[in-house]
Design a binder for this molecule. Structure first.
Ligand SMILES: [Zn+2]
Length: 126
């Protein structure tokens, strides 16, 4: 049996045939479940996210990186476990509800139907 590599999916993004997440999406730090399998869709989007830190850690300056691979869901109740930071310029950053590390993603308050989790900020179950 030959596997056909989907070149639109970057290495390490476990997408199903329908572009949804094949495995559970977990907090990179505490392994808390953020999304169950097949709950989110892989999407390409360029978005600047500040570097990860704990909510209580204010020692590092607010620099970050442009992230290009996201999982998107249309309802915040789809998440198993996620918290929100304060809104900054219409953007709410998503954090782990358990250990408060973040941002693991973001939500644009002008688009009520889109919540994004960054591929590079989480880990996969298995
Ligand atoms: Zn966590």
């Amino acid at each position: 049996m030959s596997e056909i590599q989907d070149i639109s999916s970057p290495v390490g993004v476990p997408v199903d045939e329908d572009q949804s997440n094949k495995t559970k999406i977990l907090c990179e730090r505490c392994s808390s479940v953020i999304l169950l399998p097949n709950k989110a869709k892989h999407t390409k989007k360029e978005f600047y996210l500040p570097h990860m830190k704990k909510k209580t850690d204010t020692s590092s300056p607010g620099d970050g990186e442009t992230v290009e691979d996201f999982w998107v869901v249309d309802d915040m109740f789809t998440f198993e476990n996620v918290g929100f930071s304060n809104t900054v310029d219409g953007i709410k950053y998503l954090i782990c509800a358990d250990c408060e590390i973040g941002p693991v993603g973001f939500h644009d308050t002008n688009d009520k139907k889109a919540f994004f989790i960054a591929h590079c900020r989480i880990k996969y179950d298995g």
